[in-house]
Design a protein around this ligand. Structure first.
Ligand SMILES: CC(=O)SCCNC(=O)CCNC(=O)[C@H](O)C(C)(C)COP(=O)(O)OP(=O)(O)OC[C@H]1O[C@@H](n2cnc3c(N)ncnc32)[C@H](O)[C@@H]1OP(=O)(O)O
Ligand SMILES: O=CC(=O)O
Ligand SMILES: [Mg+2]
Length: 530
């Protein structure tokens, strides 16, 4: 692709970092500029529609499977594209931020897929965003090997996981890149830079440019992604249909449009994933104002809760009817070092994966290399030599709108320990995120942006329904901040307090904690460079 007149409309507003010029080439910026030019307005429309939908629901409009698309659901003839090279067998997928050490570990972990994550597991500092692109470029070009000062060697082995990249969601912008004086949608930055530098390299290596798409709320958002793929392939002369993308069903509204989302993306679809943590967050956020949606401690809302089960059962049935992989969600446990805690974590992960494999999922996510064997073992037992179980069409599953929303059966107030835990998680995670870490292990659990969203939105909900009083929350917040300060003298206590107060205890509920926190705390503007 030749650079075009768009280059001067794209500006980098950040100080040059080490090797950033390898990613921010004029041609790559031009490519991202073209995507921003073509899709920036539609992204705005999508955000407006999200707000309109939230208002409709708050005013009492029922959520249901859309009547307008009943023909798509009723037509048994369509299927998604067949699995692309490297995506036929996905029984174990490991997620993690695109950081060099983690990348080598994930690629060598024995998992079939590495989900390189710019969304829930990455705090989007400019260094993390461009560093992540460099990690991907180096990994895919097989020049990522390195040794640490302590003499530890990180070398890619012979059998590597297939790379799938998760760009940031439509709600975020990248303020260090401007197109026509406006920040570029973060989704287009992460997707565009990876696609520009690595799509052809991946094809040459026998794979392709593969993606995970986060936080979609409806079919129009899937259509937008499909159009992005079509244009991106056209611009780089890559055959249409080379891209594959797995959509995370992780919002309550998307659960009502699973078939439509597959249909929109069908020539590029690589199935659906049960993004259970954001799903729970979305449910609370969407219906937080209703007392019948009051949820107790996070630990009590498990995947066997009827409404969570309805969601995963529907996901498997929907995917398999359309020839698409159904990928399970993230069990939050990480192994840790203490042998007893490790055993307990492994047992919990095993149970979770067993349920998924028996329900018909074709594979599932793990958060840590130490969990790859258990996930593999469970899926090996169910799949045997078969790469997947697409033939299990789950015609026995019937899920209604009421089933997806049957929260009443688990609803109730929190325990004092549940309240304390959520405040501790939010405080500790916000501190890590503000320092550039998007995923952390806290008390044996993986915490990331999705789980932190649950923590803060639960506190908001409990305050709103007065099942917890403000004084208690303030006292616990003080305690947690004091404990954090004692443990980490460098912690950004004032910023964390402010972030918590704005997102968990303010009267109005911000839709995400990340956009505003990003603008206030992670953006480091410098003179425009191009
Ligand atoms: C809700 C969702 O969206 S889930 C998906 C998004 N979330 C994620 O992807 C989180 C993925 N997991 C992680 O980031 C990490 O496991 C954490 C942060 C939770 C814990 O990491 P650590 O504290 O480093 O764990 P631990 O000390 O046990 O790690 C041991 C080794 O395993 C590596 N490791 C741990 N997790 C991963 C991972 N997901 N991918 C690759 N390597 C990993 C570490 O880098 C470390 O390697 P090293 O010895 O070479 O330095
Ligand atoms: O992205 C995954 C989730 O559970 O959220
Ligand atoms: Mg998520």
């Amino acid at each position: 692709m030749s650079t075009s007149a768009l280059t001067h409309r794209v500006r980098v507003l950040a100080a040059p970092g080490d090797r950033h010029d390898e990613i921010l080439t004029p041609a790559a910026l031009d490519f991202v500029g073209r995507l921003a030019d073509a899709f920036g307005e539609r992204r705005q429309e999508i955000l407006k529609e999200r707000r309109r939908q939230a208002i409709r629901i708050a005013a009492g409009a029922p959520l249901d499977f859309p009547i307008a698309t009943s023909a798509v659901r009723g037509d048994r003839s369509w299927r998604v594209a067949p699995p692309a090279p490297g995506l036929g067998d996905r029984r174990v997928e490991i997620a993690g931020p695109p950081e060099r050490r983690m990348a080598v570990n994930a690629l060598n972990s024995g998992a079939h897929v590495w989900m390189a994550d710019f969304e829930d597991a990455t705090a989007p500092t400019w260094d993390n965003v461009i560093g992540g692109q460099l990690t991907l470029l180096d990994a895919i070009s097989r020049r990522i090997d390195f040794s640490t000062q302590e003499g530890r060697e990180y070398r890619l082995g012979d059998r590597l996981a297939t790379v799938m990249v998760r760009p940031r969601g439509w709600h975020l912008v990248e303020e260090h890149l401007e197109f026509d004086g406006r920040p570029v949608p973060a989704s287009l930055v992460d997707f565009g830079l990876y696609f520009f530098h690595c799509a052809q390299r991946q094809i040459d290596a026998g794979y392709g440019p593969y993606f995970y798409l986060p936080k979609l709320e409806n079919r129009y958002e899937a259509r937008l992604w499909n159009d992005v793929f079509v244009l991106a392939q056209e611009l780089l002369g890559i055959p249409r249909g080379t891209v594959r993308a797995t959509v995370l069903i992780e919002t309550i509204t998307a659960a009502f449009e699973m078939e439509e989302i597959l249909h929109e993306l069908r020539e590029h679809s690589a199935g659906l994933n049960a993004g259970r943590w954001d799903y729970l967050f979305s449910l609370i956020k969407t219906f937080g104002h209703r007392t019948d949606f009051l949820l107790p401690d996070r630990a009590k809302v498990t995947m066997t809760a009827p409404f969570m089960r309805a969601y995963t059962e529907l996901l498997v049935r929907t995917c398999h009817r359309r020839g698409a992989h159904a990928i399970g969600g993230m069990a939050a446990q990480v192994p840790g070092r203490d042998p007893a805690a490790r055993e307990a974590a492994l047992a919990k992960v095993r149970l979770d994966k067993e349920r998924e494999a028996e329900d018909g999922f074709d594979g599932s996510w793990v958060a840590h290399p130490g969990l790859v064997p258990v996930c593999r073992e469970v899926f090996d037992t169910v799949l045997g030599d078969r790469p997947h179980q697409l033939d299990r069409t789950r015609d026995d599953v019937e899920v209604t709108a009421a089933d997806l929303l049957s929260v009443r059966r688990v609803s109730g107030p929190p325990t004092p320990e549940g309240v304390r835990t959520d405040i501790a998680v939010a405080v500790r995670y916000f501190d890590a995120w503000l320092r550039g870490e998007g995923a952390v292990a806290l008390d044996g659990l993986m915490e990331d942006a999705a789980t932190a969203e649950i923590a803060r939105v639960q506190v908001w909900q409990w305050l709103r329904h007065r099942v917890v009083d403000r004084e208690t929350v303030e006292r616990l917040l003080d305690d947690e901040l004091a404990a954090l300060g004692a443990q980490h003298p460098w912690a950004a206590l004032d910023e964390v307090r402010e972030l918590f107060e704005r997102t968990a205890s303010a009267g109005e509920l911000p839709l995400f904690f990340t956009p505003d926190a990003y603008s206030r705390h992670l953006v480091r503007h410098a003179e425009a460079r191009s």
